[in-house]
Design a protein around this ligand. Sequence first.
Ligand code: ADP
Ligand code: GLC
Length: 496
Amino acid sequence: MNILFATSEATPFCKTGGLGDVCGALPRELAKLGHRVTVFLPAFRQARQAGIPIEPTGVYVEAPIGQKHVRGHLLHSRLPNSDVEVFLVDQDHYYDRPHLYREEGEDYRDNCERFTFYCRAVLEAIAKLALPVDAVHCHDWTAGLMPAYIKTLYSAHKPWRGLVSLLTIHNLAYQGNFWHWDMALTGLDWKYFNWRQMEFYGNLSFLKTGIVFADALTTVSPTYAREILSAPLGAGMEGALQHRQADLHGIINGVDYQEWSPASDRFLGDHRYDRQNYAEGKAACKRRLQQRLHLPQRPDTPLLAAVGRLADQKGYDLIVRVMRHWAERVDAQWVVLGTGEPKYHEALSSLAGEFPDRVAVRLEFSEELSHLIEAAADVFLMPSQYEPCGLNQLYSLRYGTVPVVRATGGLVDTVVNATEATLANGTATGFSFDDYTSLALAEALDRAVRAYHHQAVWSQLIETGMRQDWSWGHSAEQYVRLYERTIRRGPVEVQA
Ligand code: ADP
Ligand code: GLC
């Protein structure tokens, strides 16, 4: 099959979170299964400066955006160590910026225009490049208009006629909602601006448009696929999703173990380790991290870490509260790596200033440090409000770092809470809690720290975790079956 991936992130070109990891890995996995995947990205500054060879193609695409005619140039590259082709839509005015979507806590004001152009440019590129495409696989709101274009403006003409589309929802809370007058930028008929189709509480919604017009929908774990059918995790779209329930599938994300294995991790230097020698390997990484972050070199003090976007989703309000309480009383070290909401930058920096021996915070995006932290930490924290899948808990398992997670979304599907029963039957891999409260997080952490001081229990948890296999193979096969079914069935009629 020929599959087109429409995504705004793919490692190693550009990434702000797990979407980048998924769209950098899944195409290569599909290629291994014999399919041809072509990835389309906006040519963000970050992607162009990633150090990967990128060539101009001399092929231009054009699209009307409101009253304007906008032109873009297609650049060509490949996902490293693969045949997977990558095209980047080059349009400096839209994409040559310091960040992908937002700066200093504010979305770029022309995001609607930037991603409307992206959606149309990719569809135009299919024709300009004479690219064989059997299905268009859209990711998140940024590609949300594509299914609608395919079924409306482009439906009568080759090569788009009869093309099917799939939409993967990586995070339902990022919806791409814009004021209604932006409808005019899209060139789509105002008749689609109704509550069953593109309108969402008075706004134009890219994500809802994708949900309504795509031929198949997926999200990134079975539990999240169920949770989004009702409030609050449906984030207002539960009605639209219930309507499409028969076409909505939960496919769990995998891990790219080429990138994320302590045995081959390029960021660990001499301190690489595997299941046989993890104790020495992790101890060496812990020493290195403590040194690097100016924490006291204490091998037997539990090191608790979090890496991620500093967004409400990730439970940093709970982390900050428990940290404040524990930093005064409990012998534990805390490490946080992340960027995001200014309120968390402030709260975390002030804790680091107050407790320099127990709290170290790095407010930056660092691939290298994120790998070192996975290897060095004893406990990885993910007390998320909601979590479509989550990748860091999966990386943690492989690195022998015990995850403490809130029981939501993909975290339910991937971490087995340590209880007497799961420890006895050898399935326990971490600690989870239900209530979204700092008390519940503190209790789970307390259980984890007690287990940490109990050598036999701790090594059992680590070893069970390290044995888990969350590689992409199985999930990639599920995507293949879904592509096949969707193509066989052909375009689904949209309810007017
Ligand atoms: P989400 O996609 O919601 O952000 P995931 O757990 O699926 O959460 O994926 C997050 C990815 O982004 C992981 O690869 C994580 O290491 C990475 N990441 C997030 N913040 C940072 C940061 N500040 N520095 C380096 N990597 C980060
Ligand atoms: C989103 C989700 C995260 C998921 C990632 C990749 O950003 O928040 O849970 O792992 O997408 O699918």
